[in-house]
Design a protein around this ligand. Structure first.
Ligand code: COA
Length: 352
């Protein structure tokens, strides 16, 4: 079986910054509360031009450049998102054209904040089984478009962005060593955004006389917003992050002491700290950027990965644990061995 090595990485976050101080003007909250309960200081908001496609294209172009490949070499694009620009076609198909990856198969994958790690598992299987040689895996979300900025329970947490990696077949001892995917739909009501109803209407319809008939002729359309039971999601995530990461380490045939870096989903610093403790990793071996970006959903793990790779702190031979959780409720983890091919491209050029 061939290995699926990460040979390129890229990220994009929108320009507009929303600080905790600005949120203080919008809802009853404080910078002190947000920082102490979540670790978040600011987040990025997608401008109208920052569509899921546009953000994905920017992150993907970087990843392709770092990998030093031509877009025509890409066999498959898997794009994880719960905020696609259109219901059809998939944003992955639009991205294919945007990148000129005309040979690629393309599809979207929806697993909310676990989406990128799910997509990495899917992409790496196609390489490991010999079906494909080069796969582009993207995680992009613009969840702030579905946030009620009068709901202090959710509006402080989320930001927008995109991250991407190129996976390539390799015979070296590197790449994705294990995957763990999970879902428990019994927890679906704890975190959701309503979609179209059976009349094809977006969001929840309310009747003008308030009886909620769902009849398009008489009902007004309401915006659809994210709903979350923060305490339930918190309890679930603290348990599942550590458990699933340890399972991925076991499946890779490694021990906890073999792990060099934790690359976790960026939801809440307290959740990340709990996972790091379970893995027995000190804070300086855990990638954290939620202070700057908040929770970017499917983009959070690949943005961390891109930053970590560019920092030069992850070296060939190091073992990384990627772990995420989200709506579903869902969870996913992968162990990745950073390879020599993962330092070519941009990093190598920069180092001369
Ligand atoms: N600013 C100020 N006070 C707030 C607040 C805010 N933004 N949000 C809630 N509070 C208040 C509550 O009303 C409550 O007040 P009370 O004690 O008077 O009733 C108090 O702060 C504590 O609320 P609680 O919900 O218990 O806080 P918490 O420490 O659990 O933190 C979350 C809330 C949402 C930050 C936390 O539960 C969390 O991170 N959950 C996971 C969410 C998540 O990761 N979602 C995405 C998954 S991909």
């Amino acid at each position: 079986m061939r290995n699926a090595a990460i040979t390129g990485w890229g990220m994009y976050v929108p320009e507009q910054i929303l600080t905790n101080a600005e949120l203080e003007q919008m809802v009853e909250t404080s910078d002190e509360w947000i920082v102490s309960r979540t670790g978040i200081r600011e987040r990025r908001l997608a401008a109208p031009a920052d569509t899921t496609l546009a953000m994905s294209a920017r992150a993907s172009r970087q990843a392709i450049e770092v990998a030093g490949i031509d877009p025509s070499e890409i066999d498959l694009i898997v794009l994880a998102t719960v905020t696609p620009d259109k219901f059809m076609p998939s944003t992955a198909s639009l991205l294919q054209t945007e990148l000129g990856a005309h040979r690629a198969a393309a599809f979207d994958l929806a697993a909310a904040c676990s989406g990128f790690v799910y997509a990495l598992a899917v992409g790496s299987q196609f390489i490991q089984t010999g079906v494909h040689k080069t796969v582009l895996v993207v995680g992009t979300d613009a969840l702030t478009r579905f946030i009620d900025f009068t709901d202090r329970g959710t509006c402080i947490l989320f930001g927008d962005g995109s991250g991407a990696v190129v996976l390539q077949a390799s015979d070296a001892e590197e790449g994705v060593l294990s995957n763990v995917l999970g879902s428990d739909g019994r927890g679906a009501q704890h975190l959701y955004i309503d979609g179209f109803d059976s009349n094809g209407l977006y969001g929840r319809t309310i009747s003008s006389n308030g009886n909620g008939t769902g009849n398009a002729a008489v009902d007004e359309l309401q915006r659809t917003y994210m709903k979350m039971n923060g305490n339930e999601v918190y309890r679930f995530s603290v348990r599942v992050m550590g458990e699933t990461a340890i399972e991925a380490v076991n499946r890779a045939g490694l021990r906890l002491g073999d792990i060099d870096w934790l690359i976790p989903h960026q939801a809440n610093l307290r959740i990340i700290d709990a996972a790091a403790k379970r893995l027995d990793l000190p804070r300086d071996r855990v990638w954290v950027n939620l202070d700057r970006y908040g929770n970017t959903s499917a983009a959070s793990v690949p943005i961390c990965l891109a930053e970590a790779a560019e920092s030069g702190k992850i070296q060939p031979g190091m073992n990384l644990v990627l772990v995420a959780f989200g709506a579903g409720l869902s969870w996913a983890s992968s162990v990745v061995r950073w390879g020599a091919t993962g330092v070519r491209g941009k990093g190598t050029e920069r180092d001369g």
